[in-house]
Design a binder for this molecule. Structure first.
Ligand code: AHM
Ligand code: MG
Length: 334
């Protein structure tokens, strides 16, 4: 059994010059907020945290109580001056931290990913991304609009049968499991790798009639299995919590897709670039996988708006490349 705590790991990374003391503080603060959220999630009905809050977020989605509680928990944890400003999927505008202007970091998060699973006791999570400050003085929204390649750290905490923190600071991907007795995250896996090939895909099949032809082609071939062009059978999973679906992809390979579809042709996708796609894409790339919006690596996208949406195709490298090639062939009229 490992006894390397998250704090030990970050201390060693700092000693090796891989992260600064200030980044370490951001990550430790975020992790302790996740421990608190995990406790609240675990309480469920006993803690009065289930159900709808009766309000809507900036994207017009009905908020659950836990969306707000998790957001408040992360916000409160970061008032101590480790970051200059915060941005959340659940808040309309960025939130500068009073007295935090001198801090070097900006934190973005989806406080409670997989909201539709909260009330049915299925895995949910918190996704976060740390960007460097690029200016001085008061933080503006424009300062947040940096491509995912600029991230200094990214990760998620999954609240499932176990609570796990999955983290990258650019030196591979480390997995920590919460010891519920001590309240500490212990290192349980390092240098995570995503297999390059897979026989498992994740997509919301109920949207199939709305997909673009390249996505339909790829999934049709998967469904044909041994009888089709792929010559092998595929399995399908869809949890509808990105954290849980991506956690499975990171753990045993697979491809995850929430692509553009023609229900809302002018919207690039459902998932959010800054709070979901960027941190997950960096984790997947750090584990040897790939992540694209079908046109370019997600991490290279220059964001135009804080709450921007994006088409997401990520996971095992060879499968992501195959879907990309189908999009390229369509563009070239092959
Ligand atoms: P949320 O952040 O409001 O929970 O929404 C994002 C979630 C993802 O976790 C998941 O992949 C997707 O929405 C599921 O969408 P759908 O219900 O359309 O399958
Ligand atoms: Mg989400």
């Amino acid at each position: 059994m490992t006894t390397t705590t998250l704090e030990h790991h970050l201390e060693a990374q700092q000693a090796a010059g891989a992260i600064s003391a200030s980044l370490r503080r951001v990550l430790e603060t975020t992790a302790s907020a996740c421990v608190r959220i995990s406790q609240l999630v675990g309480q469920g009905a006993l803690g009065g945290v289930l159900g709808s809050a009766g309000s809507e977020n900036v994207q017009g989605e009905v908020q659950k109580k836990l969306d707000i509680i998790a957001n408040d928990t992360l916000m409160a944890a970061h008032q101590g001056g480790s970051v200059a400003a915060l941005a959340s999927e659940e808040m309309d505008a960025i939130c500068p931290v009073p007295g935090g202007e001198a801090c070097e970091w900006l934190l973005l998060f989806d406080p409670l990913d997989g909201s539709s699973n909260i009330d049915v006791n299925v895995s949910i999570g918190t996704i976060f991304s740390v960007l460097p400050r690029t200016g001085t003085g008061p933080v503006t929204e424009a300062e947040f609009l940096q491509p995912g390649r600029q991230q200094a750290a990214a990760g998620y905490c999954i609240y499932g049968p176990q609570t796990m923190l999955v983290l990258t600071t650019g030196c591979g991907v480390q997995v920590f499991t919460l010891d519920r007795n001590s309240g500490r995250f212990l290192l349980t896996q390092s240098a995570l790798r995503v297999p390059e090939d897979t026989k498992e895909f994740a997509i919301n099949m109920s949207n199939s009639r709305h997909w673009a032809p390249p996505v339909r082609r790829y999934i049709t071939e998967c469904l044909l299995g041994k009888d089709g062009a792929r010559g092998k059978d595929f399995n399908m999973r869809w949890i509808a919590s990105m954290v849980a679906d991506v956690h499975r992809v990171l753990s045993r390979g697979g491809i995850f897709m929430y692509p553009w579809d023609k229900r809302e042709p002018n919207r690039p996708g459902k998932l959010r670039l800054m709070y979901e796609a960027n941190p997950m894409s960096w984790l997947v790339e750090q584990a040897g996988g790939a992540a694209t919006n079908s046109q370019q690596p997600i991490l290279d996208i220059q964001p135009a708006a804080l709450h921007e949406r994006v088409s997401v195709i990520l996971g095992s490298k060879n499968e992501v490349e195959r879907v990309t090639s189908y999009h390229n062939e369509e563009k070239q009229g092959v």
